[in-house]
Design a binder for this molecule. Sequence first.
Ligand code: DGJ
Length: 702
Amino acid sequence: MADIVSLRAAGVGVVLDLAGGTLPRVLHWGADLGPLTAAELADLRLAAAPQPIGFSVDGPVEVAVLPEQSAGWLGTPGLVGNRGGRDFSTAFRVASAALDGDTLTVEAVDAGLGLVLTIELTPQGLLKQRAVLTNLGDTPFEVDGVTLVLPVPQTATELLDFTGHHLRERAPVRTPFTQGLRVRENRTGRTGYDAAYLTVAGTAGFDDRSGEVWALHTAWSGNLRTIAERTFHSVSLLGSGELLGSGEVVLAPGESYATPWQYWAHGVGLDAVSARFHDYLRARPTHPRTPRPVVVNTWEAVYFDHDLARLTDLADAAAEVGAERFVLDDGWFGARRDDRRALGDWHVSEQAWPNGLGPLIDHVTGLGMQFGLWVEPEMISEDSDLARAHPDWIMAAGQRLPRPARAQQVLDLANPAAYAHILDRLDALLSEHAISYLKWDHNRDLVEAGHRPTGRAGVHGQTLAAYRLLDELRARHPSVEIESCSSGGSRVDLGILARTDRVWVSDCIDALERQAIQRWTNLLIPWELMGTHVGADVAHTTRRRHVLDFRAGTALFGHFGIEWNLTTVSDVDRARLAEWVALYKELRGLLHSGVSVHSGPVHGVVAADGSDAVFAIVATGTSELYPPGPVRLPGLNPEATYHVRPLPPGDIADGNAADWGVPLPWWTPTGVTLRGRALTAGVLQAPVLYPERLVLIRATEV
Ligand code: DGJ
């Protein structure tokens, strides 16, 4: 194999240098450079080699994807670990390198360690990378951290990543990419509300549709460290690695440690990055392909108030508006009449359900809906039969229990007996009932999460065990879909999504908050993987009041559902909701296969072939401009001609201008017919809207 590797896909080019037998260095990652001859690649290497500088190590310093001090790099090290206090620094030598299609596998050795790096460019232009470290020595090797990086150009002067908290997940943070280290650490033992999510470096002012951007996501649902580092020596890089607890990973001779997979996307504008991720996810064999059913979830409708008559009434109302899946949330098992007890006791409550779940399930399926059930398998209440029987199954640093959260503790899934028990209970539930769907919740951070018998730190093992549990259950019940929920949206990442079918985006279903949370969640994952529900008129988590059209038009972009006590809703609102359900059913084929686009107050989905599109114009607040002026409809085929018109029931342009009898001239069912080029250039006037309202536009190629 040549000692320089060029990978190209979907407009992305990656050139890796393997010369000299040290770990691979990235000569280029960005726009496709086209086919390169051997001579051009050699000159590219020469052109890209950094100039040596005085008073540093002699010779150029090249930073590998796993950076090492032995190469002269004094920034964040790729491997931190030791063997009884020795072997703290490595100089890996490549033993073999193989290129299989667009996947490069490099094997290297040093310090009694074997390292396998896998670097793959997917057909969608995403670069995937991970490392597996094996202890080849005959004494234990302690791994304190493995960080893999990719360089980004010096022209990337701004950073975007994410933070958040319960009810406000994935809030964007924009910072200058200055010299030094920006570190985002998640120690919550789950992906985290404040996960970095996507770390984007880009040229000044990059936005949805412009500016060159380089982005990193790490597919991991446990502790994680993500960095953006810029040095005086003209090196800028992004990187990540699992955040390991002290002594958490000690490799016995022959044992291996695998890093999480990193996913890297390049493009012009954030929408281009999203398109790569969405295309990649949609190409997976496991991607949900059946029409995403309209969900009714019982949580905000009845909370813990479980009662057969109440829930069959709700199911009737759900079916009437067109729901297709009915999900019974928390409160159906053991002594779980509130959120203080019984996690782990996965038996149907005789008190709440004297005749079992059968009558409700029969009623729901009799109405033509699927039945779904809430579970929280990784948790255990101190007040539960399970904890009383197996106190050693609770994760803890030793004998002292961690501080409770929501009165609950974490079940130690790395304990084989605990794992077998919970697998058996879930398997039995799915075997005994006609359950098509599990809402899989995870409602606390992992605090002092160790394995009680050994006292060893355990988030790493817990994360892998949770993955195994999901994988095993899916293998046994392949037709059951699973939703990843974690006190709302605290577990949204590509690791969990490799074994689940959608994420619950947030416990906040206030449509105004959801506009932001959903927009940014959609940066990584496509709409069909995002649970978006219509809540009550007064949002339970903010007490804000929104009109139904704003709530439903917000939930439309996602896997649509309803979380509202429909039995108390007026006939007028139920009829209106049924119209939105019908629209969702009409559009879900487009929404769940098309390209996500954003431009200012407009977001939308354009069919992959450009023939059809739906856009929302959203007024999140009052407009500075009055009237608000024209908007762009991004992503349309510039040459195609489109019939553009308001889309009912999202056609009510509620604003004071229309109320005063001066509607927007083109806002009629006839609409306008224009070239994509003109619509994207921004010729279309947006209607005056009241704040916290939206309207929909359909653009169909004629
Ligand atoms: C947190 C979830 O995010 C909610 O949707 C609900 O399922 C509750 N847990 C139930 O306890």
